[in-house]
Design a protein around this ligand. Structure first.
Ligand code: DPP
Ligand code: ZN
Length: 866
């Protein structure tokens, strides 16, 4: 497989003005008739350009004609990817009849069957599995789609836009015709056919246009759609208020499907969602999942403008829509819930998983320069780091200018397929700022490091901060130029008052800033709100960190000060662990934690986050060489020691945060439950039976899934083996008919670090509810074991690595996208000690030698072995 380069981009030689599709859905085969009105692109300067249509090798071409004249084999050529017609008129109608087999499609790209219903996933390049077409985002067409199927099995027939006609064909099958007036690229095409229940509602836009809202799901899930509907209406209103963007069709539909490679897809007017991102009810859904549903519903809705009305010129520009839309949904969630908590969660993800990606073999810029398979670039870098880049623009310009920038961007490019340069240009035009250097965030990969030092002149009252920035080499990029980055900061006095605050702009490799006329030497609060996606180091004393922890008005930095204290302690404990010294809990930490635990005036959300120990994943990311065992043992030690030292406090907090009120997934109630379950975790860490009884009571009496699942997971993961087995059995008996709940049941077991995990996971795969064709099940078992059970996955005999490699080899043909996703933990081999590296590499090599690889798997494996 050959890479494709951004620098080779060429405008399309032909445009499609109108696309008419006719689908005849059937159990054994599906016929697709495409009628395309094609016109030569006046912007294309190549003189004799052939017409190139993408077409996957699985397409069976039945008939091809131009202006009604059937083409013979001599008139065109075809390989595994393209159908090429060398000579065509300047304007013509192309008709193409194709036979496809959705019933055999296990890749879940294009048209496929999920639990008896037909559905599609066309982003990025799935449409070429449906028919021959210029499957590239800069070819935008109006679509008219007729879906024909047997009425009894497929009463609901959906596609993009508005329904314009329905009825019966001569043979008795029914049909619905849909028309989407907005030109769109093929990746936004969608079709659904099935026996589905629907929740209906309506929304009136700011300018008074009524919109019908429909969420479709299996009838047994009809009671789990209210939260998604509420989230949708909130998102529609928020986008009007914050961005001035209204919805533009008469109908907005969401369909929940069980088999889905991603979270959800923003197809114009017809979003298709993984059930895990749309279904929610208090009994079956945790707080975290409620929030995920709200966030994903909003994300896909926001794409209607940032993605659909203005789309990407080519797939290198993916972050144009994804980074921007993630930023939009993060701000929406921050407005709907707790801003600080949302920021802490997002930064935690960035600092573990995205930083690890930046440090691995697949590191790439927010706008990649090349790819072998675009599916491999739906990454944390493109999404989360891309959102951080947009956030930095927001910080640099301020909210008003930023809004003027987005207004200009939407106005200037409505109906176009554009690049990240054009997004930044709109920001530059409204602000008059030169953002040339800023654009390095799009082109340079890697996580920048910033070293900060300070000095104090007592006589002059002058405080000076010096910043040194650098960025490590990444594949293909040895040298990096300095970034333009905003550093939000505050200077705190000894009594906690703020002496100064603002945003510094770094542009040079080394740069100093002075603050005059200060009455005392301040404690600096740096990178407030995580104002740039970097690793910032400053040699804080413990005292200074405690000061920030107590007084910083920036909630994020208060939390981060606590993290810095805990990380430093855990790193020194790891040194002790490796040299066989006894591990000890410092009294000072106990005192700090006691004061946080007993101060009932503190925001419970904040306390819950402050008292959560840094994750194994975060400690791994920070390590030079990852010592899985030391990280795990030190964290376990600290958990137990803090549990013992503060037992009465944990118990008091548990009682204080228990509540009789009926369940609500609002920010305050979620915070309370999160603090309660954090306390329960510490209580169980003591290993004492009385707390087990408490956990079992919580498990039995919970009126919501958050509390029930937390009790289950904590009992299982705290080493209460018998009780764990008992609760797992009860949970299964109670919930075996709820697929999403059972996914949690699988993943709690797969992530259980108790010895023998691999054997347990292999038994889980024999469970009747496990289905290797369903990505959610693979994520719950395989990904949970390999990604959230580090001690077991990294077992010294290499059995975890072989297990994952076996799966990759099996999934490579069946579902390449999922195979390549699951592969991630193996690609990180360079971060481990040498003997571990050998074992991991051997499995990568085994995958490479296992036969014909999909582009997805080939790209990741071959780049990892370099
Ligand atoms: N599922 C992806 C998203 O919405 C595809 N665009 O972000
Ligand atoms: Zn998206």
């Amino acid at each position: 497989p050959q890479p494709i380069y951004l620098k080779d981009y060429q405008v399309p030689a032909y445009l499609i003005e109108h696309t008419e599709l006719r689908f005849e859905l059937d159990e054994q085969e599906t016929l697709v008739r495409a009628t395309l009105r094609v016109r030569r692109n006046p912007a294309c300067t190549r003189s004799k350009a052939a017409l190139e249509l993408h077409g996957h090798e699985t397409l069976e071409l039945c008939r091809l004609s131009i202006n009604g004249e059937i083409l013979s084999e001599r008139d065109f050529s075809r390989n595994e990817e393209l159908l090429t017609i060398p000579s065509v008129p300047t304007e013509f109608t192309l008709e193409c009849l194709t036979r496809i087999h959705p019933e055999l499609n296990t890749a879940l790209e294009g048209l496929y069957k999920s639990d008896g219903m037909f559905c599609t996933q066309c982003e990025a390049e799935g449409f070429r599995r449906i028919t021959f077409y210029p499957d590239r985002p800069d070819v935008m067409s109006v679509f008219r789609t007729r879906v024909v199927a047997d009425r009894s099995r497929y009463p609901v027939l959906l596609s993009n836009g508005n329904p314009v006609e329905s009825g019966y064909e001569d043979d008795g099958r029914h049909f619905v015709t849909w028309e989407d007036p907005f030109p769109k690229p093929a990746y936004l095409f969608a079709l659904v056919a099935g026996d589905l229940a629907v929740l209906e509602d309506s929304y009136t836009t700011a300018s008074g246009r009524p919109v019908k809202l429909q969420i479709y799901a299996d009838s047994k899930d009809l009671d789990k759609l209210d939260h998604a509907m509420l989230s949708l209406k909130r998102a529609m209103q928020w986008d009007e208020q914050v961005y001035g963007r209204e919805y533009d069709l008469d109908i907005y539909m969401i369909v929940a499907v069980d088999f889905f490679n991603m979270g959800a897809m923003e197809n114009k007017g017809l979003n298709i969602f993984n059930t895990s991102c749309v279904l929610a009810s208090p009994q079956t859904t945790t707080d975290a999942a409620f929030q995920r549903v709200e966030g994903v519903v909003a994300h896909e809705y926001f794409h209607n403008w940032s993605g659909n009305r203005v789309t990407c010129r080519d797939w290198f520009q993916l972050s144009l829509k994804e980074g921007f839309t993630v930023f939009r949904d993060a701000e929406f969630s921050a407005d709907m819930n707790s801003r600080t908590v949302k920021r802490i969660e997002d930064v935690s993800l960035l600092r573990t998983a995205q930083f690890a990606e930046d440090a691995g073999p697949m590191a790439h810029p927010v706008r990649p320069e090349s790819f072998i398979e675009i599916s491999n670039f739906y990454t944390l870098t493109v999404y989360e780091k891309g959102a951080e880049v947009v956030r930095m623009l927001h910080t640099l310009l301020g909210p008003e200018q930023f809004r003027r920038g987005t207004d200009l961007y939407f106005e200037r490019h409505d109906g176009q397929a554009v690049t990240t340069d054009e997004f930044v240009q709109a920001m530059a035009d409204v602000s008059g700022r030169d953002l040339t250097q800023f654009k390095r965030w799009y082109s340079q990969a890697g996580t920048p490091r910033i070293q900060v030092s300070d000095s104090w002149d007592d006589v002059a009252g002058c405080y000076r901060l010096t910043f040194r920035q650098s960025c490590p080499a990444t594949p293909g990029q040895d040298e990096k130029l300095p970034f333009h980055m905003p550093i939000a900061y505050g200077l705190l006095a000894a009594d906690g008052r703020e002496l100064a605050a603002g945003v510094l702009e770094l542009t040079d490799a080394e740069q100093s800033f002075s603050f005059d006329d200060l009455s005392e030497r301040p404690v600096p609060s740096l990178l407030r709100g995580f104002s740039a996606p970097v690793k910032l180091s400053f040699s804080y004393s413990d005292e200074q960190l405690l000061h920030l922890l107590r007084h910083d008005c920036d909630g994020f930095n208060r939390w981060d000060a606590g993290q810095r204290i805990a990380v430093a302690l855990m790193q020194s404990l790891m040194v002790d662990y490796r040299s066989g010294r006894e591990l000890r809990l410092p009294e000072s930490l106990v005192d700090t934690w006691r004061s946080l635990l007993t101060d009932a005036s503190l925001d419970p959300a904040m306390v819950a986050h402050l008292l959560r120990l840094p994750s194994e994943a975060y400690l791994s990311e920070l390590a030079d060489v990852i010592d899985v065992e030391a990280i795990h043992e030190v964290r376990e030690f600290l958990l137990k020691a803090l549990a013992q030292a503060l037992l009465p406090e944990w118990s008091a907090v548990y009682n204080r945060s228990s509540s009789e009120e009926p369940y609500a997934p609002d920010a305050a109630a979620c915070a309370r439950r999160s603090l309660k379950n954090l306390s329960l975790g510490y209580l169980l860490a003591t290993g004492e039976e009385v707390w087990l009884t408490l956990a079992e009571e919580q498990f039995n009496n919970a009126d919501n899934m958050t509390d029930q699942q937390a009790a289950l997971a904590l009992v299982v993961h705290s080493g209460f083996r018998q009780a764990g087995e008992r609760l797992l059995a009860e949970f299964q008996a109670q919930w075996q008919h709820e697929a999403l709940v059972m996914n949690q049941w699988f993943s709690i077991q797969a992530s259980d670090p108790w010895p023998g995990a691999l054997g347990r996971v292999q038994r889980l795969q024999e469970h009747p509810l496990f289905d290797a064709r369903n990505p959610n099940k693979l994520r719950s078992v395989v990904a949970a074991f390999c990604g959230q059970n580090a001690v077991s996955f990294h077992a010294a005999d290499g059995s975890g690595y072989a297990y994952l490699a076996d799966w990759i080899i099996q999934l490579n043909k069946q579902n390449p996208q999922i195979a390549s996703r699951l592969l991630t933990p193996l690609t990180r081999w360079k971060r481990y000690p040498e003997e571990v590296q050998l074992l991991m590499k051997a499995q990568l090599a085994r995958i490479l030698d296992s036969g014909e690889l999909s582009r997805d798997v080939y790209e990741v494996v071959s780049k990892s072995l370099v």
